[in-house]
Design a protein around this ligand. Structure first.
Ligand SMILES: *Cc1c(COP(=O)(O)O)cnc(C)c1O
Length: 410
């Protein structure tokens, strides 16, 4: 997103023109930015056998998955359906890591039949897996190191009361289950949340993993999860991936040497790859002055971008129809019959009804968390690829709202 001669552009194309062409509400993604982020990771870990497994749940559109595939990423999925989408986009089953949580053993069996690498996150499923497959099917084990990542409780998955992973305090039990059933563990995994911030926290987590890894002789990779923080507002601290590359790389090399062989280093970023590449465009429907504030009501709501309401996430909001002149303070709200506030007290260039507002950092967990609440259509998606804005998902219609409803005689 670049401000050029008073217009916000993606690859030289004016975003207000894109909004006019495809209508609002609209998600717009910049393919170049996604490729740049992927490249930055590859550069940061250029000394390693690096595998980037894109966390598909962040943004699951087929064209985005194809872009990831084309540029050498693998994929991390959390459901068999996501795996099916990834395969439709061209991924081979062996490029896909399946990291589910609390799914049935039947879904694990389905994933094994497809040929996915399974990441197991509880002892009960591991036991069933061992009984059925012994050492015939390798697996990865998801550990919980109990490290709090960042300050936001809702997006931390490593603390003691988290439902994710097998606790490192259960290591003796875990090892017993692995030994008794002869399970072949080829990977260890940790994902402790989205806000790890810096190299030192990565290192702390890594040291825990390395300590555990010595008990698993068949390892081929260690997966450090995600945790790369992207900036949502000006001045936000972001993860310096080069710093992580240097420090974690050094520690990893030392570990591999003592382990006896060079392992692959895996990551599974979602946000880092797609968040900043996406914007969400909405139209200002109503400007409403109340005794408390001036509301801007837009043609969207928590049905399309849930993060501000669910996580108190901050998304910068910019009036792209008016990029000069007086700035005023507004509260931007949705049209859903709930309190769906996108942002309180936001300074924007004067907003008129009909103006297009841009919410930034909307590439990750935007569309993929969208719903039909209030019987609203989910938005369209556009990818700017090779200098052209192309529709990659049509806006829904009444047919989509009615699909699967069964009317009975009443
Ligand atoms: C969601 C998820 C990720 C991606 O997290 P980001 O914060 O988007 O980078 C990675 N790994 C697992 C297992 C996940 O569930």
């Amino acid at each position: 997103m670049e401000l050029k001669n008073g217009a916000f552009t993606v690859q030289g194309i004016d975003l207000t023109k894109i909004a006019k062409q495809f209508g609002t509400p609209l998600y717009v993604y910049d393919a170049d930015k996604i490729v740049d982020q992927l490249q930055a990771l590859k550069n940061a870990f250029s000394n390693q056998n690096l595998k980037v497994k894109y966390a598909a749940k962040a943004l699951t559109n087929l064209s985005i998955l194809k872009l990831m595939k084309k540029h050498g990423a693998g994929v991390d999925v959390v459901s068999v359906q996501e795996a099916e989408l990834a395969m439709k986009a061209g991924f081979e089953p062996n490029e896909i890591l399946f990291t589910p949580n609390c799914v049935s053993f039947a879904e694990i069996v389905e994933a094994v039949d497809i040929g996915l690498m399974i990441n197991i996150d509880n002892i009960s499923i591991l036991e069933q897996f061992g009984h059925k497959y012994h050492n015939k099917v390798p697996c990865c084990i998801r550990l919980n190191p109990h490290i709090m990542a960042g300050g936001n409780h809702k997006i931390s998955t490593g603390h003691v009361d988290s439902k994710f992973g097998i606790s490192i305090y259960q290591l003796p039990h875990l090892l017993r289950v692995v030994k008794t059933n002869g399970i072949k563990v080829t990977g260890l995994h940790m994902h402790t949340g989205s806000d790890i911030l810096d190299a030192d926290v990565f290192l702390k987590i890594a040291e825990i993993l390395f300590g555990v890894a010595r008990d698993f002789p068949d390892l081929e990779f260690i997966d450090f999860g995600s945790g790369f923080k992207v900036g949502y507002k000006e001045g936000d601290i972001t993860t310096n991936v080069y710093d992580v590359g240097v420090k974690l790389g050094k520690a990893f090399d030392a570990f591999c040497e003592s382990y006896g062989r060079k392992l692959e280093m895996w990551f599974e970023p979602g946000k880092y790859l797609v968040s900043e590449a996406g914007v969400f465009l909405v139209q200002a429907n109503v400007v409403k002055t109340t005794p408390a504030t001036v509301f801007v009501g837009v043609d969207s709501g928590l049905n399309h971008l849930l993060r501000p309401m669910m996580y108190d996430a901050y998304h910068e909001i910019v009036n792209i129809s008016n990029t000069k002149g007086t700035q005023r303070v507004y509260t931007v709200v949705g049209y859903i019959c709930e309190t769906d506030t996108f942002g309180w007290d936001r300074k924007m260039h004067e907003v008129k009804e009909g103006d297009i507002l841009m919410m930034k950092n909307a590439g990750a967990y935007g569309f993929s968390m969208a719903s039909n609440y209030n019987s609203r259509y989910r938005p369209a998606e556009v990818l700017v690829y090779n200098g052209k804005a192309q529709l990659i998902r049509e806006r829904e219609t009444m047919e989509d709202i009615l699909r699967h409803q069964v009317e009975i005689d009443i």
